[in-house]
Write a protein that binds this ligand. Structure first.
Ligand code: DC
Length: 220
């Protein structure tokens, strides 16, 4: 049976994962966060202190896998659930850097395609519509201004101890956008047939509703 694949790409902090989770719940699809795979590879490289020239050879030992527990994605390194450990600013930056390595992308390519072949999914990332699922049924490019993305992240983090300043968050976002958009392999860009959704002026519910409307229009 042919599965339905929805690709959502866009820069860091555009709200992809929160919005994609809302939409997948509404439509009964599985939500796949591919950034978590890149973050897990970055954690593996960081924890094991692997030099750039040794990364390719070491990937075979990494044992990265996704499991869906009560509909929620968890990511594993061997049999260790690292889903929470990968959500630090250090791993964000390391993932952005190591995801530019062709061997890392090649290693995760088949994992992503296999999930899409076997399930109705909403998959988010940077190159889903352009490289991983070029034949996706619906492609969305979700973005918002860098300032608005930094604002949202600052509000999210401001309750926590050691919260970075707004300026530090904005600088990180701009740096990560640049790295993700200018790498040689599979850079972040809008696929030609993707629909642009700019959430700068939209709240989460409005963003999710806009995407559901696009999906319904495209999939009948
Ligand atoms: O979506 P995220 O912030 O969790 O992603 C972390 C990093 O992983 C991001 O800066 C770039 C990389 N990434 C990628 O290159 N391709 C994807 N499909 C998803 C993430």
């Amino acid at each position: 049976m042919k599965t339905i694949n929805i690709a959502i790409d866009g820069p860091a902090g555009a709200g992809k994962s929160t919005i994609a989770k809302m939409v997948s719940k509404e439509l009964g699809y599985i939500y796949v966060d591919t950034g978590a795979l890149y973050r897990t590879i970055a954690l593996y490289i960081t924890e094991n202190d692997i030099a750039d020239e040794d990364i390719e050879a070491s990937l075979g030992k990494a044992q990265v896998s996704l499991k869906f527990i009560d509909g929620a994605q968890r990511v594993f390194l061997g049999d260790r659930d690292v889903s929470d450990l990968i959500r630090t600013p250090e791993i964000s930056m390391a993932a952005s850097r190591t995801s530019a390595i062709p061997a890392v992308r090649a290693y995760l390519f088949e994992t992503q395609q296999k999930i899409a072949r076997e399930n109705n999914i909403i998959m988010d990332g940077r190159d889903i519509g352009t490289v991983v699922l070029p034949n996706a049924d619906v492609k969305i490019y979700l973005t918002a201004s860098a300032e608005e993305r930094a604002n949202r992240r600052f509000k999210e983090l401001s309750e926590k101890p050691d919260c970075p300043t707004y300026q530090e968050i904005l600088d990180d976002i701009i740096k990560r956008d640049y790295q993700d958009m200018h790498r040689e392999i599979a850079p972040l860009k809008q696929a030609e047939d993707a629909v642009l959704v700019d959430t700068t002026e939209l709240n989460l519910e409005e963003s999710a509703a806009a995407i559901i409307k696009i999906i319904n229009e495209k999939t009948g």
